[in-house]
Design a protein around this ligand. Structure first.
Ligand code: NAP
Ligand code: GDP
Length: 319
C-alpha cells in the first residue's frame, strides 16, 4: 500500500496557499496519516537553489503543490517585466529540479490564464498556451510560467514523472494582496472602495471598466487544486475556472464591490490608465468533463465574503 503523502506547498503563505491550508485544516481536506507543510519565503527564498535544496531536505516531501511566484497586478507587471521573468524562471527551475532530485512523485504547479496568446480565438483552451506571444503588459511573467509546462513535458519524456500544472483565471479571496498600487484588480478595488467610503472621496477605477475577466474564488480554487493533486493524472495542464458564461466586465465587478461595501459615492474611470488585456476568455470544458458536479461559489457571495474578511482583518491584511 502507498504511504500517506507528505505535501509541501510552496507559496503557502499567499492567497492560494492560505486557501488550501483552510480547506486541508478546516474542511476535512486532509486524509489520515498525511502531512501538509505550508512554506513562506521566510523559510526559504526559492530564487536561491541552496535554500531550495535545504528546505526539501528538511521536509522530504513526496508531493509538491508549487504556488510560490513573484505575483502582482497589471500595473506592477508593466513596471517590472524583467524581475517577473528572472525571479519566476529561477523559482520554477529550482523547485521542479529539486523535486526531481529528491524523488518527489507528483508536482502540481500554477500557471495563469494571462499567459495565453494575446492574438487568438476564444475561448482559449489548454492546447493553445504556446500558440503566439502573450500580451505585452506581462510578457516576463508569462514566458516564465509557460516554461513550467515545457519543463513538465521534459520531465515526463526523460524520467516519466507526473509533474503537471493548473491554469487558474483571476483569483481573489481572503489573504489576498490588497495593496492599491501592486495588487490585482478585485483586491485593489476592495481596498480603494473602503478608503473612499471612510474618507468620503470618489472611487477611482483604473482604465475604462470594459475589459472582461473570469474570477475564481480562492477557496473554490483550493478545493480544485487538492482534487488535481489526488486525482488528475495528465502532465498536460488543466484550466481551473468558472465558465465562459460567468465572465464579467470590470465595471460589473465594481458594482458588486460597491454593493458589498455599501459605497454610495462618486465612481470615476481613469481612462488614461491601461486596460491591459481586453479579455482572456478561457474554456473550463476539460474540468467540467472530469468533474461535472463541482459547484463554484456565486461571485457576489464570494466578493461579499472577501470584503467582510478585509474589513475584519484590516490590521493584518497585506495592504
Ligand atoms: P501571493 O498571494 O502573492 O503569494 C505568493 C506566494 O509566493 C507567497 O506565499 C510568497 O511568500 C511566495 N513567494 C514569493 N516569492 C518567493 C520566493 N522568492 N521564495 C519563496 N516564496 C516566495 O500569490 P497568489 O495569488 O497566492 O499566487 C499563487 C500562485 O497562483 C502563483 O503561482 C500565481 O502565479 C498563480 N496565479 C495567481 C492568480 C491571481 O489572480 N492571484 C491567477 C492565476 C495564477 P511570502 O508571502 O512569505 O513572501
Ligand atoms: P490582469 O487580469 O492580469 O490584467 O490583472 P489585474 O488583476 O491587475 O486586472 C487588470 C484589469 O483591471 C485591467 O483592465 C485594469 O484596467 C482593471 N483595473 C481597474 N482598477 C484597477 C485597480 O485598481 N488595480 C488593478 N490592478 N487593476 C484595475
Amino acid at each position: 500500500m502507498a504511504l500517506p503523502m507528505r505535501v509541501l506547498v510552496t507559496g503557502g503563505s499567499g492567497l492560494v496557499g492560505k486557501a488550501i491550508e483552510h480547506v486541508v485544516q478546516q474542511e476535512g481536506g486532509k486524509l489520515d496519516g498525511e502531512e501538509w507543510i505550508f512554506l513562506s519565503s521566510k523559510q526559504a527564498d526559492l530564487v536561491d537553489v541552496e535554500q531550495t535544496r535545504a528546505v526539501f531536505e528538511k521536509y522530504r516531501p513526496t508531493h509538491v503543490i508549487h504556488l510560490a511566484a513573484k505575483v502582482g497586478g497589471l500595473y506592477l507587471h508593466m513596471r517590472e517585466n524583467l524581475q517577473f521573468l528572472r525571479d519566476n524562471i529561477k523559482i520554477n527551475d529550482n523547485v521542479l529540479h529539486t523535486a526531481h532530485e529528491s524523488g518527489v512523485t507528483k508536482v502540481v504547479s500554477c500557471l495563469s490564464s494571462c499567459i495565453f496568446p494575446d492574438k487568438t480565438t476564444y475561448p482559449i483552451d489548454e492546447t493553445m498556451i504556446h500558440n503566439g506571444s502573450p500580451h505585452d503588459s506581462n510578457f516576463g511573467y508569462s514566458h516564465a510560467k509557460r516554461m513550467i509546462d515545457v519543463q513538465n513535458r521534459a520531465y515526463s519524456q526523460q524520467y516519466g514523472h507526473c509533474y503537471t500544472a493548473v491554469i487558474p483565471t483571476n483569483v481573489f479571496g481572503p489573504h489576498d494582496n490588497f495593496n492599491i498600487e501592486n495588487g490585482h484588480v478585485l483586491s485593489a478595488l476592495i481596498n480603494k472602495t473602503y478608503k473612499a467610503k471612510k474618507e468620503g472621496t470618489p472611487l477611482t477605477v483604473c482604465g475604462s471598466g470594459a475589459p472582461k475577466r473570469q474570477f475564481v474564488y480562492s477557496l473554490d480554487l483550493a478545493r480544485l487544486i487538492i482534487w488535481v493533486l489526488r486525482e488528475y493524472e495528465e502532465v498536460a495542464p488543466i484550466i481551473l475556472s468558472v465558465g465562459e458564461e460567468d465572465e464579467i466586465s470590470i465595471k460589473e465587478a465594481v458594482d458588486m464591490i460597491t454593493k458589498a461595501v455599501d459605497f454610495k459615492g462618486e465612481i470615476n474611470f481613469d481612462t488614461t490608465m491601461s486596460d491591459g488585456q481586453m479579455k482572456k476568455t478561457a474554456s473550463n470544458a476539460k474540468l467540467r468533463r472530469l468533474l461535472p458536479n463541482f459547484s463554484f461559489t456565486p461571485l457576489n457571495e464570494a466578493i461579499k465574503m472577501t470584503c467582510d474578511w478585509f474589513e475584519t482583518n484590516y490590521k493584518n491584511a497585506r495592504t
